[in-house]
Design a protein around this ligand. Structure first.
Ligand SMILES: Nc1ncnc2c1ncn2[C@@H]1O[C@H](COP(=O)(O)OP(=O)(O)OP(=O)(O)O)[C@@H](O)[C@H]1O
Ligand SMILES: [Mg+2]
Length: 256
């Protein structure tokens, strides 16, 4: 994805360290996300990718380090201020995390409906306009998450994340478990969201084709820290053993 990158920093992580009961999961994590930039985070299962994302959104607190969102350090920020900052973020979790008791359209518009005081009718129209780009049929809007497939739930979660055009998008494995056609629909949507809204995205993924389509920059989490970073092009040509090993294990056909 080729674009000019505006150099305003929207997320900056410095010296992040996170452990659970003495077991270090992440240490010395430093990176910046710029406005208009799409960053992919890759790494083996259990390497700490989701933990990193949960630290960024304040669901977990790092042992050390700072996480600045639009220049405000969210670590130890009072709850109300943190929630205000997070209003600017669209997030999907690895395991969906939809509200079971709300219909799909209510899930999609959850944040925006209250904020913009939308009527039910207008909120439904908004939800409809979003799912059209996700290969979902309108009739599922009035069903509950438990009444649709896992792949559809995943797309409802993505619709919820992008609803209201948040400036920062964070996706944890948005295409895993989806067929390739739907996966590339999601990729296109991430590209569009970053390009047209002038936003920025962090996407955790195992799918190297997806990385090449969506990312300006790639970070490999390995051995508790950033083991490698560069562009997708550099990644494919890299002689770095960690990168080669990771790509070979996930997408063997990409390395020739
Ligand atoms: N709340 C928690 N309490 C204790 N340990 C945790 C907690 N959350 C994550 N971990 C541990 O942190 C490590 C990293 O987990 P994480 O979910 O970030 O991996 P991941 O890179 O996202 O893997 P995957 O690709 O399988 O999703 C794992 O060893 C996990 O068991
Ligand atoms: Mg994960």
């Amino acid at each position: 994805m080729k674009r000019n990158i505006n150099k305003k920093i929207v997320i900056e992580v410095n010296n992040l360290r996170k452990s659970f009961n003495g077991n270090i999961v992440l240490k010395d994590i430093n990176f910046k996300l710029f406005e208009g930039e799409s960053l992919a985070i890759i790494g083996a299962s259990g390497s700490g990718k989701s933990v990193l994302l949960k630290n960024i959104i304040g669901l977990l607190t790092p042992d050390n380090g700072s996480i600045e969102i639009n220049k405000t350090n969210i670590v130890n920020l009072p709850r109300v201020q943190k929630e205000n900052l997070l209003q600017d973020l669209g997030i999907t979790f690895q395991h969906g995390a939809l509200f079971d008791s709300l219909k799909n359209w209510e899930n999609i518009v959850f944040k925006v409906k209250n904020r913009e005081k939308l009527s039910n009718k207008n909120a439904e129209i908004l939800a409809l306009s979003i799912i059209k780009n996700l290969g979902l049929e309108p009739k599922i809007l009035n069903l509950y998450p438990s009444e649709i497939s896992g792949g559809m739930q995943k797309r409802i979660a993505i619709a919820r994340a992008i609803c209201g055009n948040p400036k920062i998008l964070l996706f944890d494995e948005p295409t895993s478990g989806l067929d390739p056609v739907t996966g590339s629909l999601i990729d296109k949507l991430i590209i569009t969201a970053v390009k047209t809204v002038g936003g920025s995205a962090i996407t955790i993924t195992h799918d190297m084709s997806s990385v090449c389509r969506i990312a300006d920059k790639v970070i490999l989490i390995d051995n508790q820290t950033i083991g490698w970073s560069g562009t997708p092009k550099q990644m494919l040509k890299s002689k770095n053993s960690k990168i080669q090993e990771f790509i070979k294990s996930t997408n063997p056909n990409l390395f020739k």
